[in-house]
Write a protein that binds this ligand. Structure first.
Ligand SMILES: C[S@@+](CC[C@H](N)C(=O)[O-])C[C@H]1O[C@@H](n2cnc3c(N)ncnc32)[C@H](O)[C@@H]1O
Length: 278
């Protein structure tokens, strides 16, 4: 299972993904509005994680549509599907798939292929974009959403946030990942020979230490094994960082904390005569 994944796979990380998904729900609904996702559509959530976006899609497409989730992590996907089925979303399914394995995406073609915070983790994102595009039906959309980490910061500045940013950026970069993947999405479309994006969306969250600091603490926890392996920190140094960060949160609860940008880009696949003319 994707041995080079930069994050942990445990219950705490899955809960972080759920909280993060709830925070980005308005931005996700906005891009679904842009591509007019509606009843009856056949959708793919690539790298679906705990399935909160599958639920959003399932609400929109209704029982006449279908939502398929794929993820390399069978545990997270099986749990997501069980919850969806138990809460009335019987038009969902899940299939274990490694998007980097080079095989076509199963279950297509889809009216919507969506991947959020997934390309960031791919070592050859252009190939994955090509594979996702191949799974889009004529007239359907590919929608990608990903982070640009450059905005991670706090005002007034705090050493603990600086340290988190420095370790996180170095860990992802040294692992061969692009911390500006979101910014690069339109270029990835071009590099995958899809052409220019039809539209883009940039979403940010300006939080406070009190309301939004949890994301930084939990991402640091999740990348800790990687950061330790790369020699960027040690476990004792992390625990000492955590105490400092907790103290900063108590002493400066209203400091303004900027999350990474969540950047979206989408493209419609030509259909009918347009396809023939392309
Ligand atoms: C940061 S999480 C995002 C989850 C979800 N898309 C969301 O936005 O809440 C990245 C997801 O991509 C999945 N993933 C990582 N590498 C993968 C691969 N090679 N093939 C399929 N899924 C992969 C992980 O298991 C994880 O669920």
């Amino acid at each position: 299972m994707a041995p080079n994944y930069a994050l942990l796979r445990d219950a705490t990380e899955y809960e972080r993904l759920r909280s993060q998904a709830r925070a980005w729900e308005p931005a996700t609904k906005r891009v679904f509005d842009e591509v007019a996702l509606g009843p009856g559509a056949h959708c793919l959530d690539a790298g679906c994680g705990p399935g909160l976006t599958m639920r959003l899609m399932a609400e929109r497409v209704g029982p006449s549509g279908h939502v398929m989730g794929v993820d390399v992590d069978a545990d997270v996907g099986d749990e997501a599907l069980a919850l969806l089925l138990a809460t009335g979303y019987g038009h969902c399914s899940f299939t274990v798939t490694d998007l980097e394995a080079g095989n076509p995406v199963p279950g297509g073609p889809f009216d919507l292929v969506y991947a959020r915070l997934v390309l960031f983790h791919m070592h050859d994102p252009v190939q994955v974009v090509r594979r996702l595009w191949d799974a889009v039906a004529p007239g359907g959309h590919l929608v990608l959403h990903d982070y640009d980490l450059r905005t991670v910061d706090v005002r007034p500045g705090l050493g603990s946030v600086q340290e988190f940013k420095q370790v996180a950026l170095a860990a992802f970069t040294e692992a061969g990942l692009d911390v500006h993947t979101g910014h690069r999405l339109p270029l990835l479309f071009q590099e995958a020979d899809i052409g220019s994006a039809d539209g883009t969306d940039v979403a940010g969250r300006l939080e406070t230490m009190r309301s939004g600091g949890w994301l930084f603490a939990e991402v640091y926890r999740s990348i800790l094994p990687l950061a330790v392996r790369l020699g960027l920190t040690t476990r004792p140094a992390y625990y000492s960082w955590f105490r400092e960060f907790a103290r900063d949160t108590v002493e400066h609860p209203d400091h303004a904390l900027l999350w990474p940008l969540l950047i979206g880009a989408w493209k419609r696949k030509p259909s009918g005569p347009l396809l023939a003319a392309a």
